[in-house]
Ligand binder design. Structure first.
Ligand code: FES
Length: 234
């Protein structure tokens, strides 16, 4: 398995099934983060590894830190080879679009057949600047997003061309999410202040939610500094 950021979540149930003997596979999970502090479920995964009888292992790959017990850099095919025989494996990948683009190139280099590569399909909204009504003068802009989550508040950077959900995840905040395309409402959050762009054709909010200022961060793009309340992490 290959995961980046919040893409670790689906592997949790797979690892649990291995430990409980429901699933009889060996899983090596390469998990890429910027820093150690960005790792999600670290202790839980350690415990699962310990109880898996060698069938589940996590290789942590940190892009911005060089620490003992962690790989440093990116999840390259060379790195994967150091842990496993790349030709005889299936790959399941889950994470942000940048990870898919990077891993695709790495696996193509190794002549891995497409049928052995599976990706979690997210309906991520892309090329937002091409949507009707997107303020073109905001395309290159970056804004500050003040986020209230549980008892914490944090200010994070966000690009106008990336959804607020992507900005939250990059900052290590992982509110619940599902469809990632505005439809399911799982990421529903409250916009307290600021201006946002929400493409009409992906706006799945109920009328009452629109009235009271709720947004779906996966389909909402900041066009000014923003303040919002998001649900606790999934
Ligand atoms: S994840 Fe479904 S609406 Fe945001």
């Amino acid at each position: 398995g290959i995961a980046g950021g919040c893409g670790i979540t689906p592997f949790r149930s797979i690892a649990k099934s291995i430990v409980e003997g429901i699933l009889d596979i060996d899983l090596i999970l390469f998990y890429g983060c910027n820093k150690k502090e960005d790792i999600i479920f670290y202790n839980e995964y350690k415990e699962l590894e310990k109880n898996s009888d060698g069938k589940f292992k996590v290789v942590y790959v940190l892009a911005e830190e060089d620490l003992e017990g962690f790989e440093q850099g990116f999840i390259t095919s060379d790195l994967i080879r150091r842990y496993t025989d790349i030709e005889k494996k299936s790959f399941f990948i889950c994470g942000p679009q940048g990870l898919y683009n990077f891993i695709d190139k790495e696996l193509v280099k190794e002549n891995i057949e497409r049928k052995f590569i599976r990706k979690e399909v997210f309906g991520e909204i892309k090329d937002i600047e091409k949507y009707e009504g997107f303020p073109q003068d905001a395309t290159e802009e970056r804004f500050n997003v003040k986020v209230h989550i549980g008892d914490d508040s944090k200010t994070i950077p966000a690009k106008a061309t990336e959804s607020l959900l992507v900005a939250l995840e990059r900052a290590g905040l992982c509110p619940p999410s599902g469809c990632r395309s505005g439809a399911c409402g799982l990421c529903r959050s409250l916009l307290i202040d600021g201006n946002v762009y929400i493409p009409k054709d992906v706006d799945g909010r109920r009328m009452a939610d629109i009235q009271f200022g709720y947004i779906h961060p996966c389909s909402t793009f900041p066009v000014s500094d923003v303040e919002m309340i998001v649900s606790r992490e999934a």
